[in-house]
Design a protein around this ligand. Structure first.
Ligand code: ADP
Ligand code: MG
Length: 331
């Protein structure tokens, strides 16, 4: 709880505002999800300043990268970049650059141009594109059409109709920016989350924080609890935004770029990494790649781990987390 000036009105009249060492928390609905921050501060003014800094970073990333806001920098790119190179902010350039690196690393499983097809889905209304629209849209999913010029800091789309959506990476990037802002203010213990992307700074004093991985089929249940310190963790699941179509198929928001359809290999993929931009992009990537290829990729990366729940509900761990049991049945 934050100590508001109102609550300390009386003591404040008698003495200067006391230093208040406690947890400061705030949550807001933004970026199409729930963004929350919890941090430890020795003093009320710093606690309030630190929370404000977190949400200022979130607002800024949202302003640049929200695909639903026609005035965002990303929307400008989506409507203009096929005509020729567009100069963009350092932030948008860096996130696009990193996105393309993950596309190359994953053989195209992660591809922010998935939105060329993704734009035709409306999960709330239960709408999916028909065969013909989809076939045409899939031809416009290809990250190599997104051409970056590092020196001029410009972006060009090589074809018309290509759309970019950074929903698989921008929340992680925003969480990293918020954590950087907290470090600058001298905060040593905090957790910042944007939907399924979290980064943990420090610990709870005498013990690590515990982060739960949700049960993909039982709302409000957790499958695994993991103690974590100074780590980012992201989960991509098929249960966040979805509908069941007339054929009984689950249609959800993580698309296989090769088909433009929801990827059905796994139910959930969680990735641990030092930074949230990496855990975010890699959770989406691992989700699309599935158990075998996903774990092979994760095991090849230094300081990265994963927990995958496959299409039958079985748990799989990357080699860094394996302490004996390879597969546990989901309770
Ligand atoms: P969440 O948004 O629930 O935190 P993810 O991190 O897995 O979950 O991101 C899912 C989002 O990633 C989708 O809503 C969409 O914006 C984007 N996305 C979907 N498929 C892909 C893909 N193949 N490559 C890159 N981004 C994708
Ligand atoms: Mg992700």
């Amino acid at each position: 709880m934050r100590l508001t000036p109102f609550l300390c009105l009386l003591p404040c009249l008698l003495a200067p505002l006391p230093a208040t060492a406690e947890w400061y928390r705030e949550a807001r609905d933004m970026m199409g999800t729930r963004v929350s921050a919890e941090l430890w501060s020795e003093d009320a003014a710093l606690g309030a300043q630190a929370l404000a800094a977190v949400f200022a970073e979130m607002d800024e990333v949202n302003r640049l990268m929200n695909p639903w806001d026609p005035d965002s920098e990303l929307s400008g790119l989506n409507s203009e970049a096929y005509r020729g190179p567009v100069r963009v902010s350092r932030a948008l350039f860096d996130v696009l650059k990193r996105s393309i690196e993950y596309s190359e690393l994953s053989g195209g499983a992660f591809d922010v141009s998935f939105a060329s097809a993704g734009q035709y889905y409306d999960y709330r209304k239960g709408v999916a594109p028909g065969k013909e629209v989809l076939a045409e849209a899939v031809s416009r999913i290809d990250y190599t059409y997104i051409q970056l010029d590092s020196e001029a800091r410009t972006v060009r789309y090589a074809i018309e109709g290509l759309q970019v959506d950074l929903g698989g990476i921008a929340k992680g990037y925003a969480v990293d920016r918020a954590i950087e802002a907290l470090l600058q203010l001298g905060i040593e213990s905090a957790v910042v989350s944007a939907g399924g992307d979290s980064r943990i700074l420090g610990n709870l004093g005498d013990r690590p924080r515990t982060i739960g991985i949700r049960h993909p089929r039982k709302k409000n249940d957790f499958i695994v609890m993991i103690p974590l310190e100074d780590t980012a963790i992201s989960t991509s699941g098929d249960y966040e935004r979805f509908f069941i179509d007339a054929d009984g198929q689950r249609v959800h928001h993580i698309l296989d770029p090769s088909t433009g359809r929801s990827s059905g290999k796994v139910q959930s993929a969680s990735v641990l990494a030092e930074k949230a931009i990496d855990s975010d992009a890699l959770s989406t990537t691992t989700f699309v790649l599935g158990v075998e290829k996903g774990l092979a990729l994760i095991n090849s990366l230094h300081g990265v781990d994963a927990i995958i729940i496959d299409d039958r509900g079985l748990l799989h761990y990357s080699s860094g987390l394996l302490l004996g049991a390879q597969e546990d049945a989901v309770p």
